[in-house]
Design a protein around this ligand. Sequence first.
Ligand code: F6R
Length: 613
Amino acid sequence: MCGIVGGISSSGTVLAHLVEGLRVLEYRGYDSCGVAVAEGGSVTVRRKVGRLAELERVLADGALGQARAGIGHTRWATHGKPSDENAHPHSDGSGKLALVHNGIIENYLELRRELIAEGRKFHSETDTEVLTLLVGREYDLGKSLGDAVRAALARVRGYYAIAVISTGASPALVGARHGPPLVAAQTSDGAWLASDVLALMPHTRDVIYIEDGEVVELSPGKVAITNLAGEPVTRVPLRIEWDAEAASKGGFAHHMLKEIFEQPDVLARTAFDRIASVHGDVAFEGAGWDDALLKRIKRVQVIACGTALHAGMIARYMIEGLARVPVDFDFASEFRYREPCLAPDTLALAITQSGETADTLAALRLARELGAYPASICNAIGSTVVRESEATILTHAGPEIGVASTKAFTAQVVAAFLLAVRLARARGMIDEARGRELLDDLRRLRPRMEGLLSDNTVHRVRAIAERHLKAKGFFFLGRGLNFPIALEGALKLKEISYVHAEGYAAGEMKHGPIALIEPGMPVVVISSTGRVTDKVRSNIEQVKARGGHVIVIGSDADSRSLGDESIEVPEASEWLSPVLNVIPLQLFAYHHALMRGCDIDKPRNLAKSVTVE
Ligand code: F6R
């Protein structure tokens, strides 16, 4: 999704920092990029469709190298095709001001008509240019840039994070937010802003999250926040504990591969400090997960998107199975528009890596309006979802850069397991001894994950991926806790290898999809030891009887012996088997995509964090 950077400095040029910031944001997916700098009494814009390397070629003349203030943007097209003209920044034609924008201006058509009627000229198809011209119109009246931005935003309906620069007596840099994220930071001689905290890490680890309805004015060494009425807002910076190194590839060929291999550590970071072995219980930091509240909860409503929803589906099995609390789950994008009915004492559980997914956030807000207790499982401290939750379980997965989610997913599943145990203990559904047993299983998972991530598994997975490189399509089947893993395996393959893959509940095949099985079709079946193993074995037989080529992933040796090919996964408690079973599927998608020459960390058409509808 689109990315914003901006900076103002008293001691040196900002251009190199802007370009580096854009490089950090590349992972989010984009189709064009650009910068604008304020220098010598005017604002100069350079922008290009395509990759950052294209923009760097245009900047190589060094003409903008001395500027002390600037903004930059990576665009993921919403209004208007990817082109140089539609790329950001946009200027108002005066040479005094330029603006970058993430989000959508919903009333842009009526505003555009109004501006055209005044004789203003448009050069792009974007909604952003409307906002630029609105700010320009106010700025022409002699207002400060901050006042011009506040006045322009009063006319706008929609979602935005913006950054604007202007020249004048001295350059000015202003940001504002309503929806998509925006973070700012000050250093001794500069001030910086970005849509993603990662882009601020080269400057400082103390960052200030801008909230909806706020405008931030930056000057060297100073970040000043106001609301839209211009009233000052005070906010203390938040310290980001991980450093920029955590977001590097660390010797791996791709971020995704590094992130797959980080999963044993992510499990440890997310779970181990929270295990209260003596009590057979889980101790979450922060308020909101205490016995009194959890005893009151009558239902859980999971809301999430994509991979995070798959984690939410697993959460349902865990919470219902262990804590005996009914759980519903829904795509956040469906929940928010279907006039949902929530029972009294519902805990609304948003599951999200970024904490900024527009649909998830809107669904959580709606659930709160409907009386639910808003809670979340989230990877981004300081994100909007965390700030709007009464209680959060942070998944300590660290920054996930690969667009296809891997380590964040396993961390979400682990967090869901912790929550299920906490709920079960609080409600007296399991005793101390059973709690201890479950949590010991969790501790034992780490060496098993490490074992699974061995060269042996990787070679076997790669060989299978190679044998099926030309396959037209794949089925992924699973039951129970491993049904969502089938969905996740199929999603990973679709996302990064661009091959049709369908995830299905194995028991549902006979109700229709089995008609698609033809001789040689690869069917990946997840089968671990547990209450549905016999059933999965029968499903394997059904597929084989139609000539399907069965690839079995899991701990059940009998299922594996039925398959044409197989990957052994270490034994684990049934509740935790998804955490292991997903790993070969992630590796399968990775190697399949690699051999097909796909852009693994930045798959086509996808964005890391979907902050628009
Ligand atoms: C798939 C993937 C997406 C995200 C989804 C939600 O690999 O990453 O399906 O899971 O866009 O994103 P978050 O978790 O940031 O809300």
